[in-house]
Design a protein around this ligand. Structure first.
Ligand code: ATP
Ligand code: MG
Length: 561
């Protein structure tokens, strides 16, 4: 099984769309992505974005970006900006269709007034606590509110005075008059409006009355002419209320709500509340911490939009909640980067090599292949000289069994350069640790092959000591140490080794020119990108997006539904 996916996916939602177009129910498809601007987008949102924008694109329709900003206390302009930026980065475009639920406050209010006129809504004076107590349980019906049979005129008057700010917060609500005995708790006269004095990021202090999500959402959908309102499974029980709202009020059209299972991934967290908690407790460096599953964090870590889109398309949409393995996501990134990422050489834990038979002061420019998977990527020049650095882990004395890399008396290949042989080890007199390897090179092996056909068992990466550039490299690992947080307090499941910072790493000079936003392969080490926040000319910082290891084989058997 590979990470290749067919370009045109199909699923139960697309089947519905197909049928609606075939039957003539709709001539054009309109979807929407409705984030609440109370945090940064995460990989779960990416699934929803790819689905909503993907369907619109596939059927020649349009997907609206609608900020679901009905809850004034938690929303911020910063989030609105970042959400737009992240949707664009993922590769989608809402054209001129950017909306805010708050733009419809006046219309939603008018809709509520019309429901009152039709005898479908009433002002209720019960407190939150009284309302909770009279709602009943799953086995017992609720008790009708004593205010349920208020006359239309009185309701209109009270609702108007609620709007004018005559009553304190929480003292009255507007409720739908549906069915206090309904087996669906959402239909037991749900609250449509509450009094709440809070400054809204767009409407300021104009309103002290705010609509509930379940009321604002279907009306916003209908006002925008949405044909398919796609949301996650937890809204399935709310669908009867969605439909009730549209059937009983002056809705200009009848969008259809369709639910799908949200994305859950192992070793990470997807709730915005928990992510915010990590940010506020400084357990991560911010919303863009590369360990987070936020689009900001993943982008900073070196993920590509292509990999995220391919992943979303592969996991598809279903009606069943499941947990997807993090390895699956990582493999989509690995596949994408393997095809496209330029190869470079970097040494993370340097050990000095001196080639005793190489002339002092000489520098050769050797040709190195930029990407063996993509000949069009061409070659680059890599400087070679008498003093080099190799990876400390690539030398062992004495070599353990099955260790084929460098050790005293042994010959190895330096990638795109020469064969070298270790003649002598210089050790720290106190610790006994190797500090320098005295080696010789074979000038006849330029380019990495011996004319006499002799073989070596290892090829090492290296940099020239003279021309290499120092850098800090941050090695990221999983956010959580367990696939799913088991503790009540999820912060106890954080992986204490999620970040290791290496100083004094050495890069080949071409890496100074790697633009921010490009992820490359450090040969034999993994995929790395310049840190978009902290990397500066003269003080380079690289993030590890992924190691090279492919554990795909293990995944298939482990993916559980
Ligand atoms: P969270 O629980 O992380 O706070 P949310 O559902 O409250 O998420 P919204 O901003 O309301 O976040 O979500 C915008 C859209 O993204 C919604 O349509 C929602 O269903 C969808 N969405 C959110 N999380 C996921 C997920 N994990 N998988 C798929 N879709 C998601
Ligand atoms: Mg939400």
């Amino acid at each position: 099984m590979s990470t290749q996916t067919s370009p045109v996916p199909t699923d139960f939602i697309r089947d519905i769309v197909d049928e609606d177009l075939r039957s003539g129910k709709h001539r054009a498809i309109v979807t929407r992505f409705p984030p609440e601007p109370n945090g940064y987008l995460h990989i779960g949102h990416a699934k929803s974005i790819c689905l909503n924008f993907g369907i619109a694109r596939q059927y020649g329709g349009i997907c609206h970006l609608r900020f679901d900003d009905t809850n004034p206390s938690t929303e911020e302009v910063e989030y609105v900006e970042s959400i737009q930026d992240d949707v664009r980065w993922l590769g989608f475009d809402w054209k001129d269709k950017r909306f805010y639920a708050s733009d419809y406050f006046e219309k939603i209010h008018g809709y509520a007034v019309e429901l009152i006129r039709r005898g479908k809504a009433y002002v209720c004076d019960l407190s939150t606590e009284e309302m909770r107590r009279s709602r009943g349980t799953f086995t017992e019906p609720g008790q009708p509110s004593p205010f349920r049979d208020r006359g239309v005129e009185e309701n209109l008057d009270l609702f108007e005075r609620m709007r004018k700010g005559e009553f304190p917060d929480g003292s009255r609500t507007l409720r739908a008059k549906i069915d206090m005995a309904s087996p669906n708790m959402n239909l037991r006269d749900p609250v449509l409006y509450r009094i709440k004095r809070a400054t809204h990021h767009r409407t300021g202090d104009k309103w002290c009355l705010y609509p509930m999500y379940d009321f604002a959402h279907p009306i916003s959908d209908a006002l925008e002419g949405i044909t398919h309102s796609i949301c996650t499974l937890e809204f399935e029980d709310h669908r009867p209320l969605y439909d009730w709202t549209l059937e009983n009020g002056p809705a200009p059209c009848r969008p259809r709500q369709i639910e799908f299972a949200r994305l859950n991934l192992t070793f990470t967290l997807m709730s915005k509340r928990k992510l915010l908690d990590l940010v506020e407790k400084n357990l991560v460096t911010g919303w863009d911490d590369p360990r987070l599953p936020t689009l900001r964090g993943m982008r900073r870590r070196g993920f590509t939009p292509e990999a995220l889109r391919a992943f979303a398309s592969h996991v598809g949409v279903t009606k069943f909640n499941s947990l997807t393995e993090m390895e699956l996501l990582e493999n989509f990134l690995r596949d994408d980067l393997n095809k496209r990422a330029p190869r470079r050489m970097a040494v993370l834990k340097p050990l000095k090599v001196v080639l005793e038979n190489y002339p002092e002061g000489k520098v050769e420019e050797l040709d190195a292949v930029n990407n063996p998977e993509d000949p069009s990527a061409g070659t680059r020049k890599v400087p070679f000289s008498r003093e080099l650095f190799i990876e400390a882990d690539d030398f062992r004395d004495p070599p353990p069994p099955k260790f084929f890399r460098l050790s005293p008396g042994r010959e190895v290949r330096l990638r795109c350069a020469y064969f070298i042989k270790c003649e002598r080890v210089v050790r720290d007199p106190k610790t006994g640790e190797p500090v320098e390897l005295r080696c010789t090179y074979d000038p006849a092996t330029r380019g990495g092959n011996a004319p006499d056909g002799r073989k070596v068992k290892a090829t090492l990466h290296w940099v020239s000591a003279q021309t290499c550039v120092p850098a800090e490299v941050r090695l990221y690992d999983r956010l959580l140490s367990t696939p799913e947080p088991t503790e009540e307090d999820f912060t106890k499941s954080l992986n204490p080794r999620s970040l290791e910072v290496l100083q004094g790493c050495r890069l080949e000079p071409a890496l100074t020119e790697l633009p921010v936003g490009t992820t490359c392969q450090f040969e034999r080490l993994g995929y790395f990108c310049p840190d978009s926040v902290d990397s500066k000319p003269g003080a380079l910082v690289f993030n590890r997006a992924l190691t090279l290891k492919d554990s795909w084989a293990k995944i298939e058997s482990k993916t559980k539904a």
